[in-house]
Structures are given as structure tokens and as C-alpha cells.
Write a protein that binds this ligand. Structure first.
Ligand SMILES: [Zn+2]
Length: 124
């Protein structure tokens, strides 16, 4: 039997959640105010919610309307599509499809792709 198969059959070591009395296994480590802690899914969500609550408190987003207005403002594009796609072309390290979409947009062709560009068409 190969080493790889043997490793797949071995159970993963149980890592205890950092919360007292919690019996769920930890799924990740997260840096909290007191240091790194191994957390189960439920306690990970608990800490995410705590951070979100603190963020809203600091930003004075105390009502649902204020929170929704904040998100809308954050999601509203600051630039025109043309400026956005020009910036994409000036940015290094993006996925090739981003540059293709930018060139298509700037050529006035929107987001449409040409036949043969999709991976499935190449593989077929
Ligand atoms: Zn837990």
C-alpha cells in the first residue's frame, strides 16, 4: 500500500475549539485580541459577528438603514466603466480574462467573448 493511501485513511487529529465546554473540532485558527485561537465553525461565526458588531459601533452604523446606506456607498462604482477598464489594463498580475474583458469593452464590444475563447471549446 502506498504512503498516500495510508495517509488518506488515517483520521485527522482532533483539534479542540478554544471555547470552554465546546466539543466541536476546530476548523481554523484565527487571531483574536488575546492571540491565536483554534475555533469550530460555530465559534468562528460568533467571532465574525462580534467583529462586525464592533465595526458598526465604531462607524456609528447603529441602524439597519445606516448599515444599508454604508454598503450602498461602498458598492457604488466611483469611476465610469471606461476608466475602470483602463485601470484594469494598467494593473499587473490579473487573470488573463480580465485583460481580455477590458480590451473588449474598450473596443466597444462589451463583455461578449468570441467563439473559441472558452476553455470548454478548446478542450472539445
Ligand atoms: Zn467551538
Amino acid at each position: 500500500m502506498s504512503k498516500r493511501i495510508t495517509q488518506e485513511r488515517e483520521p485527522r487529529p482532533h483539534v479542540k475549539c478554544a471555547h470552554d465546554l465546546c466539543i466541536e473540532p476546530a476548523i481554523l485558527s484565527r487571531k483574536l485580541k488575546g492571540g491565536w485561537a483554534n475555533l469550530c465553525k460555530r465559534h468562528e461565526l460568533f467571532h465574525i459577528q462580534q467583529e462586525a458588531d464592533e465595526f458598526c459601533r465604531v462607524k456609528n452604523l447603529t441602524t439597519r438603514l445606516a448599515q444599508m446606506a454604508f454598503i450602498r456607498e461602498k458598492l457604488t462604482p466611483k469611476d465610469s466603466p471606461r476608466v475602470h477598464w483602463e485601470r484594469v489594463l494598467q494593473t499587473h498580475g490579473l487573470a488573463p480574462i480580465a485583460y481580455e474583458m477590458a480590451r473588449n469593452y474598450l473596443r466597444g464590444r462589451g463583455y461578449e467573448r468570441e467563439a473559441g475563447q472558452d476553455d470548454e471549446e478548446v478542450a472539445a
